[in-house]
Design a protein around this ligand. Sequence first.
Ligand SMILES: C[S@@+](CC[C@H](N)C(=O)[O-])C[C@H]1O[C@@H](n2cnc3c(N)ncnc32)[C@H](O)[C@@H]1O
Length: 196
Amino acid sequence: MNKTALDRSYWEDLYNSNKTGWDIGYISPPIKEYIDQLNTINLQILIPGAGNSYEAEYLHKKGFQNVDVIDIATQPLNNFKKRVPSFPKTNLIQKNFFNHQKKYDLIIEQTFFSSLHPTHREKYVHKTHDLLSHNGKLIGLFFDVEFSKEGPPYGGSLKKYSQLFSPFFTIKTLDKCYNSIKPRFGRELFFIFEKK
Ligand SMILES: C[S@@+](CC[C@H](N)C(=O)[O-])C[C@H]1O[C@@H](n2cnc3c(N)ncnc32)[C@H](O)[C@@H]1O
């Protein structure tokens, strides 16, 4: 399979065969901690490649009303509709992230970037930059490890991420994550990037 262009059917097949090893089943503690310090409830928030999106569920339950969830696959969005029936259906968007157009104050990243072939990383940087409003933020987690097996996931390092994002974003935080879940402990970086 050509892994540089993983399409919808690739992801649908993984969901249909329950091969969703990335799915931790609840909001990850570093992202929860970030959300807990937000005090502007009307932020426009995007979660791309959201999967089952426990982050969107958490935000919704905290009263955030402008949260968009995007995934190319239908199954996680259907799971989400069942799990969180009060979440507005129009904010559940089944689409290729790279074709999406809107402006956001905040984009939350978790294992979507790492699921993209490294040849698509620059495209991701440009797209997240385009989707953010003035001073908008891209925050989340990156793997701090180079995987020996062909991905996804594809890993990286602090130096690589810094080189990739710093021409377009001010790097506010890019540090070893201290509150990762156990299996990812020592293998993740938490970041906050602000649009330049
Ligand atoms: C590794 S999973 C991560 C899911 C979720 N963020 C999590 O951490 O549990 C990658 C997700 O990105 C979605 N995806 C892959 N390519 C996409 C694209 N071009 N546009 C939108 N979603 C995409 C997949 O369907 C899958 O749900």
